[in-house]
Unconditional design. Structure first.
Length: 336
């Protein structure tokens, strides 16, 4: 029997090396790592998200106010991590730097949606406080219900209180006046609007002690305004659209045009005093804003240094610490 010639040693080594790389590649592909990759996300015009009820006067602008987002990849393997490290428009973060301890993807998502809901309410209040002739507010919505009071069994956050014992609630003072002569344990009848349904509920009053030590009756809820306009977040979460929603509301509800026909992007949280706070993913938002055609982008002061490291050509970055800083800059623009 004739024996086949043996393969050269270099070929055997080459094949072994290829097999080792392939095995390593499979490993890099198959194993999820405890990292997140952020990339530039969709960009939307804030004016298109504002929903105004009939009868509210608006002043549609010629320009745009862009809301910026970040896409978050929560399942990152070795290959994706390597690619992200080589792409200057992407950033990698340890999962623990973004998620709370033990927090699931759904819990994180719910937390971000709650943050957006609160941001919209804050933006509405800040904007209405800076408009010379704001639309009249005659409806009040429950922001939260304190669990230790009886009201928690019949009232939900989001309920709008229409009347108390037959008296229309057109201001918070109406409720205060109705409760002034009541005692803890008394029952009041509230007509509420819950979604598309209107109903009357019986609420047993709770007890609290004021600063002077006097006991008084309370419902046990916190109220926010229910203005004749709203913002549709399109299921986007997080607090970083606060500044742009605030500016868009001011522009839409005030005579004139803050944009002066320009395309303006921005990001930043908003507080009730108008302070603009830091956000995450500013580098990705710079990239997204310029790709969307923005001429200017508002950047929270704490994010300024990081924003300057993002890839950018002609778009101008504008640092802001408050909504008034942004309004001051917009006042310098001339119409295109």
């Amino acid at each position: 029997m004739t024996q086949s010639p043996s393969a050269p040693r270099w070929l055997a080594g080459f094949v072994a090396g290829v097999l080792a790389l392939a095995a390593g590649g499979v490993g890099l592909w198959a194993v999820d790592l405890p990292y997140l990759v952020w990339s530039p996300g969709p960009v939307t015009n804030a004016f298109g998200a504002i929903e105004v009820q009939d009868g509210v006067t608006t002043y549609p602008p010629d320009g745009e106010m862009l809301v910026l987002t970040v896409l978050q990849n929560t399942t990152v393997n070795g290959w994706e991590l390597a690619i992200a490290g080589a792409d200057p428009t992407l950033d990698v973060y340890p999962r623990a730097a973004v998620y709370r301890s033990g927090e699931s993807n759904q819990q994180y998502r719910d937390r971000q949606l709650d943050a957006m809901d609160q941001t919209i309410q804050t933006a509405l209040q800040v904007a209405l406080g800076r408009i010379e002739a704001p639309p009249e507010i005659t409806r009040f919505r429950i922001d939260s219900v304190q669990g230790e009071f009886p009201a928690a069994s019949v009232l939900d956050p989001g309920d709008v209180i229409l009347d108390i014992d037959g008296k229309a609630v057109t201001s918070v003072d109406v409720i205060r006046q109705e409760l002034a002569d009541r005692s803890p344990g008394d029952v009041v009848h509230l007509t509420i609007e819950r979604g598309a349904e209107t109903m009357t509920v019986d609420v047993t009053l709770g007890e609290t002690t004021d600063d002077n030590g006097a006991v008084r009756a309370i419902i046990g809820v916190t109220l926010g305004i229910d203005p004749p306009l709203d913002i549709n977040s399109n299921n986007v979460g997080g607090p970083s659209a606060g500044l742009m929603f605030t500016l868009s509301l001011i522009d839409l509800l005030s005579p004139g045009d803050l944009t002066e026909g320009h395309v303006i992007a921005g990001t930043g949280t908003i507080s009730l005093d108008g302070t603009v706070g830091a956000i995450g993913g500013v580098r990705q938002k710079v990239v997204a804003a310029e790709a969307a055609g923005a001429e200017y982008m508002f950047v929270p002061q704490p994010n300024w240094d990081e924003a300057l490291t993002a890839e950018r050509s002609s778009m101008e970055l504008v640092p802001v610490a408050s909504v008034d800083d942004a309004l001051t800059f917009l006042a310098t623009l001339t119409h295109t």
